[in-house]
Design a protein around this ligand. Structure first.
Ligand SMILES: Nc1ncnc2c1ncn2[C@@H]1O[C@H](COP(=O)(O)OP(=O)(O)OP(=O)(O)O)[C@@H](O)[C@H]1O
Ligand SMILES: [Mg+2]
Length: 404
């Protein structure tokens, strides 16, 4: 892990280049931060004009789960770093490329562990010894029935691989038929053909944290640091709606969350940022939930709260540049804007004039070419004199916005 002494000019033979796998709104901000440092940016996604492609030097449209397609593009481009922005990538291709000397962020093993709930939970609970929800694993209906009995009710069945809550089912009480139906639902909504699931105790949540932890080159060695924790709330949905920073929870709770974040990032290794998801339960437990070895959607709030956003931290870390711990310069909040419309091409965002009248309110429009139900299209950001004020600002501002 070498420190970087100089930056280059893009579009030349010896340009410093990064290749981003998945060009969503998080990849777009990573691309912008890389562009700011004169880095050449290549974006790869499954559809054309994904958000990050609008700010890239080149773009490719391929099936990211196809290992041959992935290898062909990466070998052609020969980037300094391959930066996965989504989970659904052909990880076996990344392992092979890493063996050839490519730098996969943070490393292929971490990508592989984190994309799979079963391997991730085993790693966190057994190898790292972190506190988690009570859980059990199953790979057929009978095992699922046993797993639910072991964990207790209510419980959640989640497929081994999926994202954004796909295939999660809550089982309320001991009924073999309900467990069987839930199991079949979960595996039929999995990514890939796996029949494996995790059954988790359903814990009443007090709140949720994202610990943005990052590993960067600090002179001769790699240092691990964590941002002040981000807090977020989902209103019973699987996707995040609001996030804010700093958290006003008691120091001992925040310290425990931070320790979990550092342990996970240190365990997985490599360079870059990790969004470590931590629960605070109603009965006061601080539990590791899961980790994304990349910027996190709830961390978009850092674009207005921190000296360096999570995206800037990611890019600096990956490039081998120093990342002195960024201060929180203002309390702030984010509110994600989803659409309920299906199949709308060239969507418009209305109400922006009223929305942006409020001082301290800002907007990021992702530029997604078409909508589907529950697709995130934009995010509102606000600074305030307190988190409460910032949250009120984004909530008020969001009332004016609609997608049509
Ligand atoms: N065991 C649990 N008990 C209570 N709530 C849970 C539990 N597991 C998950 N949840 C809720 O569901 C949300 C999504 O869960 P999880 O992070 O496992 O799914 P995901 O598919 O990875 O979603 P995302 O990609 O948005 O993180 C959590 O943030 C939390 O609000
Ligand atoms: Mg999650």
């Amino acid at each position: 892990m070498k420190k970087r002494e100089f930056l280059t000019t893009p579009m030349f033979e010896d340009s410093l280049k990064v290749l981003i796998l998945g060009g969503g709104e998080l990849g777009k901000e990573v691309a912008i931060e890389a562009q700011r440092l004169g880095v050449e940016v290549v974006v790869v996604d499954r559809y054309d004009w994904a958000p990050a492609m609008h700010v890239a030097h080149r773009r490719y449209v391929i099936d990211l789960t196809n290992p041959n397609a992935l290898k062909a593009v990466i070998r052609r481009e020969k980037p300094y770093a391959v930066i996965p922005e989504i989970e659904a990538v052909a990880v076996e291709a990344l392992e092979e490329l890493e063996g050839e000397g490519y730098f996969i962020v943070p490393n292929a093993k971490a990508v592989k562990i984190a994309m799979n709930r079963v391997t991730l939970r085993k790693y966190a609970a057994e190898a790292l010894g972190l506190p988690t929800t009570k859980h059990a694993f199953a790979e057929n209906v009978d095992e699922a029935v046993d797993a639910c009995e072991k964990v207790g009710y209510p419980c959640l069945i989640k497929p081994e691989m999926s994202s954004s809550g796909h295939g999660h089912v809550k089982v309320l009480n001991p009924s073999t038929d309900a467990v069987k139906a839930a199991y079949e639902y979960a595996v039929s909504h999995a990514r890939g053909r796996s029949r494996k699931v995790i059954v988790e105790e359903y814990v009443p949540l007090e709140t949720e944290f994202t610990v943005l932890t990052y590993r960067y080159v600090d002179d001769g060695h790699v240092n691990t640091e964590a941002c002040d924790v981000v807090e977020h709330w989902r209103y019973g949905k699987y996707h995040y709606i609001e996030s804010w920073q700093p958290s006003l929870r008691p120091k001992d709770v925040i310290d425990k969350a931070r320790e979990i974040g550092l342990a996970v990032a240190n365990g997985l290794g490599g360079l870059g940022i990790f969004g470590v998801e931590v629960f605070l339960t109603k009965d006061g437990r601080v539990l590791f939930s899961e980790v994304a070895p990349r910027p996190h959607d709830t961390g978009m709030v850092t674009m207005v709260t921190q000296e360096l956003s999570e995206f800037a931290i990611h890019v600096r870390s990956v490039l081998g540049l120093p990342v002195p711990k960024p201060k929180v310069i203002s309390p702030g909040a984010s509110l994600a804007i989803y659409t309920d419309k299906d199949g709308l091409w060239s969507p418009k965002l209305y109400g922006v004039y009223e929305t942006l009248k409020t001082p301290g309110v800002d907007l990021r429009v992702f530029g997604k070419p078409y909508t589907y139900r529950d697709r995130r299209m934009a995010v509102l950001l606000a600074r305030g004199s307190s988190v409460e004020e910032a949250l009120n600002k984004v909530r008020e501002a969001s009332k004016h916005l609609f997608i049509g």
